[in-house]
Design a protein around this ligand. Structure first.
Ligand SMILES: Nc1ncnc2c1ncn2[C@@H]1O[C@H](COP(=O)(O)OP(=O)(O)OP(=O)(O)O)[C@@H](O)[C@H]1O
Ligand SMILES: [Mg+2]
Length: 258
């Protein structure tokens, strides 16, 4: 850690529609260091997905500056991996072919990389299975492996475990941390779940809605692996929750935005 990878300066994004406009992001500033794990949390509609999509190069028409490795974000590319809430695997392809995407598995280098990723996400024995034969957590592990195939500089995860049951979700959090520690890929992880944000992140970015802006960034100075039952974890969780409640108050009193 230490070297700056992503720099977001004065980012503003506004959606225009027939009925008016929505200021989805307002004066957002955020620097992310190489190897950092950032979690982003905030109420529905506060701009979490918009922020990720802009970093991914999927959404244009913003003002401000967003650079990755010193270069302005162009379009989507192999330097940015994206994981959605649903796995978005190809149902007609096996696990290994989903991971290889458009690269030929017959190629030795591709084969080696796919095997390495299957080890990493612990899906050995399921190489030839189809998505319909997998549990939700397993399918999401395939999606993570696929996103890592081309060694992206950054992995962007938009509520990737939101559709999973509590047990699978807790397991996937540990799997993702193992991957992060093994690969040192920089992560930005969006969630609605405060426990998840505090469990995973080096820093928790709390967004507030209308207009979508950063309310607070809370550093989580706890060593990994973390335990959700410890006093220090609970203290940080309460700290984040406290800011969250302030967001709710704000929503009630200041719903009109700008
Ligand atoms: N394509 C679009 N056109 C118009 N408005 C949009 C569009 N995408 C998002 N918005 C608006 O921008 C705001 C932020 O949306 P965004 O999807 O980023 O929120 P979010 O924090 O990801 O919410 P959730 O937690 O529900 O996923 C919302 O008010 C939404 O209605
Ligand atoms: Mg969203």
């Amino acid at each position: 850690m230490g070297k700056e990878l992503l720099s977001i300066v004065n980012l503003n994004k506004r959606f225009e529609s027939a009925g008016g406009h929505v200021q989805a992001l307002y004066n957002v500033d955020l620097d992310v260091q190489e190897g950092e794990f950032i979690t982003v949390i905030g109420p529905s509609g506060c701009g979490k997905s918009t922020l990720l999509r802009i970093v991914a190069g999927l959404d244009r028409g913003f003002t401000g500056s967003v650079t990755l490795g010193g270069e302005e974000i162009g379009g989507p590319g192999i330097d940015k991996g994206f994981i959605f809430q649903e796995h978005r695997l190809f149902p007609w392809l096996t696990v290994e072919k989903n991971i290889a995407s458009d690269l030929p598995l017959g190629n030795k280098e591709v084969r080696r990389k796919v095997d390495e990723l299957i080890d990493l996400v612990k899906l050995n024995g399921f190489e030839k299975s189809y998505p319909r034969e997998l549990s939700g957590g397993m399918a999401q592990r395939v999606a993570i492996a696929r996103a890592l195939l081309r060694n992206p500089k950054i992995l962007l995860l938009d509520e990737p475990f939101g559709a999973l049951d509590a047990f699978t979700r807790a397991h996937m959090q540990t799997v993702l941390l193992d991957i992060w520690r093994a690969n040192k890929t920089t992560m930005i992880f969006v969630t609605h779940d405060i426990d998840e944000a505090v469990f995973l992140g080096n820093r928790v970015v709390i967004l507030e809605p209308r207009p979508g802006k950063i309310r607070k960034i809370v550093p989580i100075d706890l060593p990994y692996p973390r335990k959700k039952t410890t006093t220090s974890f609970q203290e940080l969780r309460l700290k984040v929750l406290n800011y969250f409640e302030k967001v709710d108050d704000l929503e009630l009193t200041d719903g009109a935005g700008i």
